[in-house]
Design a protein around this ligand. Sequence first.
Ligand code: FES
Length: 374
Amino acid sequence: MQSQKITINDKCLNFNPGQTILEVAEENNIWIPTLCYLKGATPTGSCRICVVEVEGRRTLSPACSTPAEPDMVIHTESPKVVASRRDILELLLASGNHNCPLGSGREKDWKAAQNDDSTELCPACGDCRLQDLAVYYQVTGEKYVRSKEPEPHPPMETVNPFIVRDFSRCILCGRCVQACNEVQVNRAISFGYRGTESKIVAGIDVPLRDSDCVFCGECVQACPVGALVEKNARYQWRPWETEVIRTTCPYCGVGCQLNLHVKDRRILKVTGVEDGAPNKGRLCVKGRFGFDFIYSEDRLKTPLIKENGGYREASWLEALELVADRFKEIIDRGGPDAIAGVSCARSINEDSYQMQKLFRSVFKTNNIDHCART
Ligand code: FES
């Protein structure tokens, strides 16, 4: 495919036919803000925050959904563009409950607000794209506020174990709908109602737990504001308090890449690594929410030996010797095929490999399987 040329902010750049202005800009490290754009999904061009000025065009064009064309001359931060973005941000901030600190020292504002019982700051403060953009473009959110009384919004939904839906903080960008329908293809949520009544609905506007939602949490990861938040992590952390540690999901053999958000040596939430293979940011319910077993009081930490109808704690040495002795006894009595092994799906591949080697080469039986086959 022959590349063609466009100019963005006085830089002459190559692009391939079919690329959008946003894609060309990102490829060349030119920042254009986005809100509704979700990588990998069809661009909807609905929020208009990514507008850019294309010389010769009367109106501003959304970079996320406008194809790059040969010889285009584009400005991403012209006065007209900045004025438009500031207006959009003012409108978004005026249309919901966005009581986030908008000063440049959000950490300080957040600490001050923590000591002020009269304010319940947004749980996404510090992890919100709308707030970041409002700070960047120095928008106060006061330009279009009509009254000091908050607008009525549907009540918050907290009746499932994983996700809190706060409709008052939703900016209707539609990223959650795309994450559910296009990325995970669960088709559990969509836009519902019209005009000022518009909201994101599950099924026929039922709570998530009564819908087709499988709680993969992809919508939470896609939400750029505080409308969808992990229930257990809500108000438990701010980004500057956590360390992000990349690891591999322990559940099945796919090897999805996770980011653990850790505060005081405790995992508070898990997100998918956006550009990491094989999952490219996507996770299932277990990978995203199934980590609380780590801190369970019931978790076994020492081997238990069954005796007289009960269990007693034992050392690893004692337990392993007992298992080895029992294997020997059974094989002596019934031959190698009298035993079988089932390897654990949470083990790493190398451990499963060693287990089948132990059964086939040492015990001389092919009775070996893996519980993920269920
Ligand atoms: Fe392009 Fe919303 S990000 S229109």
